[in-house]
Design a protein around this ligand. Sequence first.
Ligand code: HEM
Length: 166
Amino acid sequence: MAKSSGSDNPVIEAITEKSIESAVAVAGHPIHAMAVHFPIALVIATLGCDIFYWWSGDEFFLRAGLWAAGFAFVTGVAAGLVGTAELLLVAGIRGRVGSWTHAIAAMTLLAIAGMNWGIRLVDETSVLPHGLILSILASIFTGLAGYHGGKLVFHHGVGIMVSTKE
Ligand code: HEM
């Protein structure tokens, strides 16, 4: 799907004429948009586990935090691979600065999420304070990545596939 920006700038006009339709979708549903809910929820769940462990000292939250951090990283990498495919394959996505801003925020998030899981695998008790600090940082970067990702969809119309039946 291409649309005109109505801009006088020929560079912006050339980018808006390129396709922004998702290249990795099932039955018209972009997979990246469906997949990102898992890392978003699990990063926040890890932070919740760390806060409850800090508050209660209950070791249940150490184990739950380890699993939440692990799945946050693994599902984040999976979502990131699909997002990277969209970024590289679709010219109108590749050409937008906002796509790269989102990708940088998301990759920083994945690096933090990986470290957050890694330190727990090596030493479960490293949650206080290092795990908690990483969980707070990961949550901030989830917000940044989510904000810029959402802007791509709701502001630029990236990845939206309009059915020819409608
Ligand atoms: C690491 C590399 C990543 C790249 C290159 C990337 C790229 C993209 C692209 C191109 C879009 C536009 C929609 C589409 O084409 O499907 C998008 C949307 C989005 N991304 Fe990512 N992404 C990455 C990782 C992540 C991660 C880890 C998260 C989780 C925090 C995330 C959260 C989002 C959100 C929330 C949207 C908006 C989806 C919607 O509301 O429909 N992305 N991303």
